[in-house]
Design a protein around this ligand. Structure first.
Ligand code: SF4
Length: 359
């Protein structure tokens, strides 16, 4: 059985079965435009083709294990379980847990954060995701399924999915081929049809990945988890800095801007007494002052499942003070709204909790 999002496989089987190509366009329309999830409901194709689809393809490999919506209805967090597939992950018997988050902004803009790996190998000390290490990379169709799930859910609410961010369970650059294929499907006009600029890939400085990304997707947005303006602090909280230091990163990002003329988003998680000293705001400004940049300050959510180190969130007034330094010197920035205080929505907290319960 194959995923219905695997166009190459569908066309290959159609060729073998001598099914005309125009049938694929009908199926594509039913799946992506009309959100039909049951092949038996596709009335535009003959019954024997519906049977053919049932015998060879599936719509979903992911199952919803748990879903929770915040009290203000702005955030829905979905915990999916992947289909067990021993060839993908050694010892995978009951599937891996992955998360996606839908954020309904008051402006009407809806954003989905997707996972592209089960777990993460990057071991950032403030993050819960790495605690189970990397289980496996997700296949492209598992990423597309997360997007389609959110798109259908929002469509049922008479709303539309506008933005997708590859930033939940990272690191996208370590699963590049599958991320690439999923973006191609997400931005294909005949399929999910998201605008390229509304898809953002967020990385924690995997320099070779950034170079490939700028060649393949010059229109797609790039976000960098910077979290500190110097290597010294960065090394303490993000081990990736030992491989790709700030100089190498900024060189790659300057190339990216020259090639794409696109502003880069810099994510900066505010950790009290770690990276929130006001001197660092000036250092960050100095780093970004001549660059096409937008800084996004993220209030830290320690929740129940932090990365194991006892970090404290920076008080709001201090985040605002930090932000004012950048604003005074014309580096644009925003403070990310916290939309999910009543659910476990920081990096992979829900999946982590569930895994601990099961083990
Ligand atoms: S912050 Fe991102 S890159 Fe770092 S461990 Fe968490 S998921 Fe991985």
């Amino acid at each position: 059985m194959y995923s219905i999002h695997d166009e190459d496989k569908i066309k290959e089987l159609f060729k073998e079965a001598k099914i005309p190509n125009f049938r694929y366009a009908q199926i594509e329309n039913a799946i992506y435009k009309n959100f039909i999830t049951d092949f038996n409901q596709i009335q535009t194709i003959p019954k024997d083709l519906r049977e053919f689809l049932n015998n060879n393809f599936y719509y979903n490999s992911l199952e919803v294990d748990h879903m929770v919506t915040s009290g203000n209805w702005q955030t829905t967090k979905i915990l999916f379980r992947t289909s067990p597939n021993p060839s993908l992950s050694r010892g995978e018997k009951k599937g891996e847990l992955i998360e996606a988050v839908i954020m309904r902004h008051l402006t009407g803009r809806n954003t989905l954060c997707v996972s592209c790996q089960a777990g993460c190998p990057m071991a950032c000390s403030f993050c819960a995701t790495w605690k189970l290490w990397l289980k496996r990379n997700l296949e492209f169709y598992e990423i597309v399924e997360q997007i389609m799930f959110a798109a259908k859910m929002l469509n049922d609410e008479w709303s539309v999915l506008r933005n997708v961010v590859y930033m939940w369970m990272w690191e996208p650059m370590l699963n590049y081929d599958n991320v690439k294929k999923s973006i191609e499907i997400a931005c294909n006009q005949k399929k999910i049809n998201l605008a390229n600029r509304r898809v953002t890939v967020s990385t924690c400085w995997i320099v070779p990945g950034i170079k490939k990304f700028m060649e393949d997707f010059p229109q797609t947005s790039l976000a960098i988890s910077i979290h500190a303006p110097n290597d010294e602090i960065r090394k303490g909280i993000m081990p990736v800095d030992h491989t790709y230091n700030l100089d190498k990163l900024m060189q790659a990002l300057d190339e990216y801007v020259v090639k794409t003329n696109k502003r880069i988003f810099y994510e900066y998680i505010m950790l009290n007494w770690v990276n929130d000293n006001i001197k660092l705001a000036y250092e960050l400004w100095n780093l970004l002052k001549w660059r096409l940049a937008h800084v996004n300050f993220i209030p830290y959510n320690p929740g129940e499942w932090s990365g194991g180190v006892d970090f404290k969130p920076t008080p709001r007034f201090l985040i605002e003070k930090f932000q004012r330094v950048l604003e005074e010197f014309w580096v644009p920035s925003t403070i990310r709204a916290t939309m999910w205080d009543d659910i476990d929505a920081a990096c992979w907290q829900l999946a982590n909790k569930k895994n601990e319960e099961e083990n």
